[in-house]
Design a protein around this ligand. Structure first.
Ligand code: ZN
Length: 267
């Protein structure tokens, strides 16, 4: 199991997350870049290594559509993200690719911009040896966060771009897809670079920050995990819960203890 720092984002910085993982016997961590920058990349790399934690990913690069073109800021920032992922030994750099450019209705244009941005980041990432992981997001985020919304679309991009790129499969974003079993089989071991879990709550009270603890919602997490492991994925199960209304208000040690328990009973 791996702790994505978003799960205790309001309670803990990265140093506390690393210590928390150690206390709760969690074997991996996946930092967001804001937490990584707060601590300092070099200090974080040392602390993670000293704690013996695996790094299941770095969140996140991408956001290619923000300004409507691939300016140097966005490409430089993605190259920096690649370097940071390398420095902390991350298994992959997770990409949230960006939605529509502000004021635009040009979805095909956004798709093209994203693919170009991924290709250029991948060119650099290959020289550093950092795998790039496209995270397809649920279609409700197509306009504002990511216009790659199915595993099929993400794998089509991977097929066109070649080696060194794959997907971060997050059950929250893909559970509804009737094509999921076929696409997981298509992805295979080589393309599945990360596996994220949380749960889909009924009702969902906020589109971004009302994700559930595993076992509290409607996703068949063990079923999806079985499919992913059947094709050979042997990485960590990364817990990523955006929960302003619930888990972000709790004692973070209780959050981690619950996470570990649900890892056994609901994943
Ligand atoms: Zn995720």
């Amino acid at each position: 199991m791996s702790l994505n720092t978003a799960t205790v984002r309001t309670q803990w910085g990265l140093a506390e997350c690393i210590e928390g993982c150690r206390r709760h016997g969690i074997g991996g961590i996946s930092p967001w870049r804001d937490k990584l920058h707060e601590m300092g990349v070099a200090a974080a790399a040392t602390a993670i290594r000293d704690a013996g934690l695996a790094v299941s990913g770095l969140c996140r690069g991408g956001w290619f559509t923000a300004s409507g073109s691939l300016g140097p800021e966005v490409l430089d920032d993605n190259r920096r993200a690649v370097d940071e992922a390398a420095e902390i030994g991350a298994a992959c750099l997770v990409m949230v690719v960006g939605g529509l450019t502000d004021g635009s209705r040009d979805l095909p244009g956004a798709h093209a911009l994203v693919e170009d941005g991924l290709a250029r980041t991948l060119d650099y990432a290959r020289t550093v040896g950092v795998p790039v992981a496209i995270e397809p997001l649920h279609p409700m985020y197509a306009a504002d966060r990511a216009c790659v919304n199915t595993l099929s679309h993400a794998l089509d991009i991977c097929d066109r771009l070649g080696d060194g790129i794959g997907v971060a499969l997050d059950v929250y974003h893909v559970w509804w897809d009737p094509d999921l079993p076929r696409q997981i089989a298509r992805a295979g071991r080589d393309r599945i670079l990360a596996f994220h879990v949380c749960d889909w709550l009924l009702p969902t009270r906020d589109l971004l920050t009302d994700r559930g603890m595993m076992g509290d919602g409607v996703i068949d997490i063990p079923g999806i995990r079985a499919m992913v492991e059947a094709v050979g994925f042997d990485g960590l199960t990364e817990v990523e819960i955006f929960s302003a209304l619930d888990w972000w208000t709790r004692d973070p040690d209780d959050v981690l203890a619950t996470m570990v328990a649900r890892g056994r009973s609901a994943c």
